[in-house]
Design a protein around this ligand. Structure first.
Ligand code: NDP
Length: 618
């Protein structure tokens, strides 16, 4: 797209047709339908509709997988403490070890490493980004996943292998929840307190808490009155259901089961529930968009042909394509890259070539919108092809643009609705009405069930400290909840003024990547660079300056508009803060609007520059 701007040749319907195929639909009608579906679902309580999992509901987050092991409280000192043992913590620990840091402690709530993949063991759980891209450190560990999309047990095993490879078990505190963190100006150290009575100290702390780590429940009237069995998908009760990640849920053979929610998690576990339960009721508020998965075993010949450096190359290729960039080859070739090739890169490039100039902004917008309609029409047609009952098929069709919600790819989800023992209860966007002691009520009808499974997702859009579950007290006794009272303030999403030697990872004003570990890896590399510079320059304290923080806030603000209009037209969900975008804590408010390619380039230029602009090092 490097052609110069020339005279205005309009991107007319003929050219559009050549680029995206037949336009056998009325775009205005579709747009009207999309907006009507959004309006049906907008509600004034937004995020407040959900219940925080604490107090009477705290059972929902107990660890069903491992017994608690007692230990004595710790009061020792460690050079670097990493909070969180998921991919963020593992990448941080690994990169620090590679840079020669030996004294590292990971503190993790779960009974083992894994984070998301420790907790999410539901039947059918698998990564939805190609495993050769998604699983970090494959070359470092000399490992090739068994399938194009790995199942949860293999991913969890890989997380433990990373921990072993980098010696991260040595000083780890598992089954340990941080309850507070305080900086001392006198000792220039952090004191970290935990639910085990620990009061340990550290020179540096990396916060790898994870973006989707706190399950949430819907605030449905009567939820606390239900007398049957119940659990959240992120704490799957295999003692009750029987079976494992591969299914065989034999405990459900004589059970009527309700699942509430039809997001990315539900889509993966519903086929197994449908195969096992005496009867399954799927309570749907908004259908997901379900495209082809085509999972397959890894080809050993392909694996043997890989040259050193292949994973970074593949990760970069994928990330560029799914960020709307252009690449000569598409190494991954799956549903994700297909969407983006159709919606952004290649089509826009082709249009520009034909017109002999760059597309104007509104032409680009029109091309994207029309390509989106075509793509979503295909997704809706697929429902008709697979689901036999026309009425059920109609209810399973998503009426919104791609990326209003995380797109799903699955080959067994839609066929599940052809089973005679599976009923789709579509709530027309209103959600479940009530829960009674014996079942679930929707549209005035009570469905009596033995078990309710909540596939209702995770807390997003609440403040960082509420999601972390503790506050952080920085220089001069200032709390992070105060400092971020009007929203996050960071330099590059990783440091904040008044909180020296403390680093944030995840979606804290950085870039959101489709493959989340890629962002975490970039952050781990950047933080390792900062610590190494500090060590090499003989300093002991590193902190973002107020100017540095402001510089990043300005840069964030200048890019914040991108995507905001798109999200405003979407059906509600966590991507658009349940339709209330003003919230300074919402998911995309914490992300860099110009996207990951530019963000990663900006970070690497900042490092190459070497002046550490915006950072105070003393
Ligand atoms: P989501 O937040 O995506 O979905 C929650 C579901 O619960 C939605 O269908 C929502 O409906 C529904 N819901 C909420 N309240 C009610 C109610 N009162 N009545 C009826 N339904 C209700 O959570 P998930 O756990 O599915 O996914 C969370 C994220 O985790 C994904 O977006 C993805 O990023 C990640 N994930 C990744 C996977 C991977 O393979 N890498 C696999 C699974 C998840 P509505 O849409 O109307 O709000």
């Amino acid at each position: 797209m490097d052609q110069p701007l020339s005279e205005n040749v309009p991107l007319d319907d003929d050219l559009l047709r050549e680029l995206i195929g037949d336009i056998d639909f009325d775009p205005d009608q579709l747009k009207t339908r999309y907006l009507a579906e959004r309006d049906k679902r907008l509600r004034s309580d937004g995020n407040e509709q959900y219940i925080e999992v604490k107090g009477d509901f705290s059972d929902y987050v107990d660890d069903p997988y491992l017994e608690r092991v007692e230990r004595e409280p710790l009061t020792d000192h460690t050079q670097v403490v990493i909070i969180g043992g998921g991919f963020g913590g593992l990448l941080m620990g690994g990169r620090l070890r590679e840079a020669g840091y030996d004294d590292i402690r990971v503190i993790e709530k779960g009974g083992d490493f894994g984070g998301t993949w420790y907790w999410n063991r539901y039947p059918g759980a698998m990564c939805d980004v190609e495993s050769y891209v998604y699983l970090p450190m494959l070359e470092e560990l000399d490992y090739i996943p068994k399938h194009k999309y790995s199942f949860a047990p293999e991913i969890a095993e890989h997380t433990r292998n990373i921990a072993r490879h980098y010696g991260l078990y040595d000083k780890a505190c598992l089954q340990t929840t941080v309850t507070g963190m305080t900086w001392s100006d006198d000792t220039e150290r952090w004191t970290i307190e935990t639910d085990r009575g620990d009061r340990m100290t550290a020179d540096f702390v990396a916060m790898a808490n994870g973006p989707l780590s706190r399950p949430k429940l819907p605030g449905i009237a009567g939820i606390d009155t239900y007398e049957g069995h119940t659990f959240h998908t992120s704490r799957w009760d295999y003692d009750y259901t029987g079976g494992d990640n591969s299914g065989n849920l034999t405990g459900l053979g004589d059970k009527k089961v309700a699942i509430i929610g039809t997001g990315a998690t539900a889509v993966q576990c519903i086929p197994h529930l449908g195969a096992a339960a005496e009867h399954l009721y799927v309570f749907q508020r908004t259908p997901s968009s379900i495209d082809v998965r085509n999972n397959r075993e890894t080809d050993p010949e392909w694996a043997a042909s890989l040259e050193p450096g292949w994973q970074q190359e593949r990760m970069d290729n994928f990330n560029i394509l799914v960020s709307g960039g252009d690449q000569d080859v598409d190494l991954v070739q799956d549903g994700w890259t297909d969407i983006f090739r159709n919606l952004q890169g290649a089509k826009a490039k082709e249009a520009a070539r034909r017109l002999g100039r760059r597309l104007e902004k509104r032409e680009y917008g029109r091309l994207l919108e029309m390509a989106d309609y075509v793509k979503m029409n295909g997704v809706r047609d697929r429902v008709d092809e697979i689901v036999e009952d026309a009425e059920t098929a109609a209810k399973l069709k998503p009426w919104y643009r791609q990326f209003c919600k995380r797109p799903c790819f699955h080959d067994e989800y839609l066929p599940t609705f052809n089973r005679p023992n599976v009923t789709l209860v579509d709530t027309e966007g209103r959600g479940v009405e009530r829960i009674t002691p014996s079942g679930v009520v929707a549209d005035g009808v009570e469905y009596e069930v033995d078990c309710i499974i909540f596939a209702t997702g995770f807390e997003v859009g609440t403040t960082y400290t509420r999601r972390a579950g503790y506050d952080i007290v920085g220089r001069g006794g200032q709390s992070l909840s105060d400092h971020w009272g009007d929203g996050m303030r960071t330099l590059h999403g990783m440091q904040t003024t008044g909180f020296p030697n403390c680093f944030f990872m995840g979606f804290t004003q950085g870039a959101v990547t489709v493959s989340v570990p890629q962002t975490l890896n970039e952050q781990a590399n950047h933080i390792t660079y900062l610590l190494t510079e500090l060590r090499d320059r003989g300093g002991s304290v590193i902190e973002a300056t107020p100017d540095g923080e402001q510089m990043w806030l300005d840069e964030m603000a200048s890019k914040a508009r991108l995507g905001a209009r798109f999200r405003a037209e979407c059906t509600p969900g966590y991507y658009n803060n349940e339709g209330q975008q003003g919230n300074p804590n919402h998911f995309f408010a914490g992300s860099y609007g110009a996207g990951p390619i530019r963000f990663f380039r900006l970070l690497s230029q900042w490092r190459e520059d070497g002046r550490l602009e915006g950072v105070d090092l003393r």
